[in-house]
Design a binder for this molecule. Structure first.
Ligand code: ADP
Length: 591
């Protein structure tokens, strides 16, 4: 039973006793009146008959006795009330309508440390003035204003609760209610323990969050480190597949390559997820062409639908805007996950992407595949969550794709949902708050090619990892280029200064001088000597250092992510040779 209940109960007892007292009082008064009237009558024997008079006198003395009992009960009730109030650890005080203290228990008066003037009879104003001037309450530097605030508070129609810090180091919450007769009842609850508990919980939570972030950062770094040797495995297996092999050897090599690719894609997912968890995923908004981004994802998906009777369709209204401010790499990643799933889980029919531009950009991906049971619709957005049924588990996957997608959509301030029925296809819809990009912010025109050069193209490549150097040189082996390989940024700058090449491939994280600094210096040499701008393509190990903005800001023209692909390198070579515009990489500037 809390203090309020106890008070209510005692109050009811007191009121009942008081009512009885009033009743008996009335009766007694009536009897006395009657006796007095009788006393005034001319002759006693002319008045009431003696029997009646005796009965009346008996009733009067009974009433007197009952009155005494009632009085005693009132006293007991009042005593009990105050004893109870004294036993509670919280402070309790009653003030009358003119703000004078009627009563207060020990805990209420305790902080005043026995000051004689503080007790019943003191006014609220005097009480708070003493609290401020004696330093009993921390009034935040302006005692006069604090006292005025406390008085204004108690005079307001509804008395707000207030928290006070006492000189004892404890904190009390002061609650007050005004009764019907204008009395104000105050309860001072000691909340020190709960405040300390909340602070401790907050601290523990902060520590747990920090530990979680550290774990995610560790995971992100590990995944990043694993990528480097994996690039070697996948790259070399790819090169090996291009050599003369017998049937068995080809099967083995293809298996190594496919497993390596699957492992890399898992590592990419874990890396992305850990980055988001570690709060290291940063969006890099810039003007981009949404339709282009979607089409590029569809192009990447075409091999996956080859051999399946599945149509890939895009419904993008001709009059809808195309240029938006957003992070094209991450929008592309969301679409790759959704369209990738749609294609994966659809054996026949269609995968249709529909774009509607309202106050948000809505992109839905509808498929005619196996569908999702309604009770699984929430589940699949959780990390490593998949639908565990017969039809589903024929498909590979990690269960991280939608978890990452949801986190990215959240990061962009958007929302994602799915409508589906088992066996009847699924429609995933993302709504993103992408502002329209102004025309002048439009992506710069293209991934100009250099004038056709005579003889082999001169390519400078800077890469510190030996395996990656081997992969790169093998991949470029058949491309009729004159390749200069260096191991760090400083050597790249030296090589450039000695003989400016036609094209540069630049690793980003390298010892001694990284790729960004080397590029800045190369741009400086070009400016100094009045040389035409040489195309410099970054080679990055995924998004850790593939931070688009900083790479492009350093003066690089585009970037390719590892594992390097022969066709992407060939496209760059072709473009630099003047043989045409290179295929844009997914992450190239302007989409
Ligand atoms: P993954 O596809 O790698 O398993 P996701 O997080 O992308 O991981 O998807 C989680 C699960 O959601 C999938 O395993 C599948 O069970 C279900 N799912 C996602 N997209 C679809 C879809 N278009 N049709 C049917 N099921 C889907």
């Amino acid at each position: 039973m809390d203090a309020t209940d106890m008070l209510a109960r005692e109050r009811r007892a007191r009121l009942a006793a008081e009512r009885m007292l009033e009743l008996r009082d009335d009766e007694l008064r009536a009897t006395r009146r009657k006796l007095a009237e009788l006393g005034r009558s001319p002759a006693p024997d002319q008045g009431l008959p003696p029997a009646e008079r005796a009965a009346l006198e008996l009733r009067a003395s009974e009433a007197q006795a009952e009155l005494q009992v009632a009085n005693a009960r009132v006293l007991i009730a009042e005593q009990r009330l105050w004893q109870s109030i004294e036993t509670i650890r919280d402070g309790f005080a009653v003030f009358d309508a003119s703000e004078v203290m009627v009563a207060a228990n020990g805990p209420f008066l305790a902080p005043f440390d026995g000051l004689d003037s503080v007790g019943p009879g003191i006014t609220q104003e005097e009480l708070w003035r003493i609290a401020a001037s004696e330093g009993i309450v921390d009034c935040g530097g302006d005692p006069a204003a604090w006292v005025a605030g406390m008085i204004a508070r108690v005079r307001a129609p509804v008395i707000d609760e207030v928290q006070l810090r006492l000189w004892t180091g404890r904190t009390v919450r002061l609650l007050a209610r005004r009764g019907e007769n204008g009395d104000v009842v105050c309860l001072a609850l000691d909340v020190t323990a709960s405040i300390r508990r909340v602070a401790r919980l907050r601290e523990a939570r902060a520590r747990a969050d920090a530990a979680n972030r550290a774990k995610s950062a560790f995971l992100a770094n590990m995944s990043h480190e694993i990528r480097t040797p994996m690039n070697g495995v996948v790259g070399m297996a790819g090169l090996l597949a291009d050599t003369a092999l017998d049937e068995d050897q080809r099967l083995f090599v293809e298996t190594i390559r496919a497993s390596g690719e699957a492992l890399l894609s898992l590592i990419n997912d874990v890396l992305d997820y850990s980055k988001i968890e570690a709060e290291r995923m940063v969006l890099h908004p810039r003007p981009f062409d949404l339709r282009d981004t979607i089409e590029r994802v569809l192009t990447l998906m075409r091999p996956a639908v080859q051999g399946k009777p599945v149509v890939l369709a895009l419904e993008y209204p001709a009059d809808a805007p195309r240029l938006f401010d957003g992070d094209p790499v991450r929008v592309g990643q969301i679409l790759t996950n959704l369209i990738g799933n749609a294609v994966k889980f659809t054996a026949e029919g269609a995968v249709t992407i529909t774009v509607v531009c309202g106050d948000r950009v809505s992109i839905s991906v509808a498929d005619s595949g196996i569908g999702i049971a309604p009770d699984m619709a929430e589940h699949i957005f959780g990390e490593f969550n998949q639908v565990e049924d017969e039809r589903n588990r024929r498909f590979e996957g990690t269960g991280l794709g939608l978890a990452i997608t949801k986190r990215l959509v959240d990061l962009m301030g958007g929302e994602i949902g799915v409508t589906s029925a088992l066996g009847a296809g699924a429609t995933f819809t993302v709504r993103l708050p992408l502002p329209l990009a102004l025309d002048e912010d439009a992506p710069a025109p293209a991934a100009p090619s250099l004038p056709a050069t005579l003889g082999p193209l001169r390519v400078l490549a800077a890469e510190d990892n030996r395996t990656n150097r081997l992969v790169l040189s093998k991949m470029l082996a058949g491309a009729a280029v004159e390749l200069t390989m260096v191991e760090n940024g400083r050597l790249a700058v030296d090589a450039f200064a000695a003989a400016p090449p036609d094209l540069v491939f630049m690793d980003i994280s390298m010892p001694e001088m990284d790729g960004k600094e080397a590029t800045r210096r190369i741009r400086g040499i070009e400016a100094e000597r009045g040389l035409p701008r040489t195309r410099i393509v970054a080679l990055t190990a995924h998004a850790m250092d593939g931070d688009a903005d900083t790479i492009l800001a350093a003066g690089l023209d585009a970037y390719l992510t590892k594992p390097l692909r022969k066709d992407a390198l060939a496209a760059e070579i072709d473009a630099a040779r003047g043989g045409g515009i290179s295929l844009p990489s997914l992450a190239s500037p302007g989409g």
